[in-house]
Design a protein around this ligand. Sequence first.
Ligand SMILES: Cc1cc2nc3c(=O)[nH]c(=O)nc-3n(C[C@H](O)[C@H](O)[C@H](O)COP(=O)(O)OP(=O)(O)OC[C@H]3O[C@@H](n4cnc5c(N)ncnc54)[C@H](O)[C@@H]3O)c2cc1C
Length: 341
Amino acid sequence: MKRIRVDFLVVGAGLAGSVTGFLLKEAGADVLALELLDAKTKDKLCGGMMSPNVFEYFVQVFGEGCKDILHPMLVPTFCQRYAGREIRSEATICTLPRKRLDDYCLERYLQAGGRLKDRATVREIDDSDGVAVCADLRTGETFEIEFDRIIGADGAMSAVRRLLTGKNQQVAVTLEGVAPLLSRACIFEYLTGDLGYSWYIPRGEDAVVGAGCLDCNAATCREHMEAFCRELQIEATHPVRGAAVPAGNDVLLEYGRRAFFAGDAAGLISGDCGAGIGQAVESARLLAKSLLNGSSYIKSMESRTDSLADLAATAKKTQFFLKFCIMRKGETAKQLTFLQQ
Ligand SMILES: Cc1cc2nc3c(=O)[nH]c(=O)nc-3n(C[C@H](O)[C@H](O)[C@H](O)COP(=O)(O)OP(=O)(O)OC[C@H]3O[C@@H](n4cnc5c(N)ncnc54)[C@H](O)[C@@H]3O)c2cc1C
């Protein structure tokens, strides 16, 4: 079997993988990224909503210039809703199409000289010897990669995590589709009955509508999404795609001596709202830094993982508290006033 040797094998060329790869490559390291999908056409399901602070993480990695290319859209109003009540606030969030973000990060990795093998994945990992058996999904050929370090950046259903630990992390079901742009306000509605939420997020020329459920299946999640569309008087979106997000209660940053995880593969997500873009970029940056200077990744992530663990442990309580605030303080949701904005 053909064998390749690299210092750093990055599995998954999404946000976490591209950012880790970019920073390692910039420091002159030998990096190869494997990506399951076609790098040019892959289009990750995601609302693309983040706080301006999170956007600054990208600036920290790629420099001020990335603002002009990515130009996030500031959202003027943020509505949180529950059971017919809502709290509106002057928004401190921005959105941008996720494909633009992913394409940019991957491009920067490639421009830095990073190697990419797309339509390829790992099949077996021997972490004591540092060898992965990989498959080229275009040709069906298998080959071996010998590595010093392997980085699992392959999302919520991480194959690296499953192959090493023997199990998947706990995930939540999400559905999302593209909708016409009816308003520049973001709406985040907590589900009644199940633990989860629905969202309407403007992205520029269009919007996305979705729902995520921590404790139910795809069919129930679809019902929640359709009910949300009816409430907003939006045609149910077609096609609707589904994806998993980490439940947020099972963080794994390292395994053995050679394996490290970042982003969704590490389980780094805010369990109360499914926000993971900031976690992916920051974990990738801190991981690259630790790998390059030999410091402890777990320690550098400590404050972040502690607060995520608190959030996950109290996700139910947090949501209950927010719902309670909305019910107490919020005005009755004015049906569709957002559409006129
Ligand atoms: C519907 C939905 C809406 C969301 N909305 C928001 C939002 O508005 N704001 C926010 O902050 N977060 C949001 N999130 C969460 C956010 O998208 C993730 O937390 C973030 O993308 C994590 O980045 P990542 O690089 O770790 O994983 P990903 O972006 O999932 O990247 C993983 C990469 O690995 C590749 N891969 C997967 N398996 C393999 C394999 N076996 N071999 C090789 N490669 C593989 C994938 O193709 C992908 O390119 C949303 C998630 C979903 C599902």
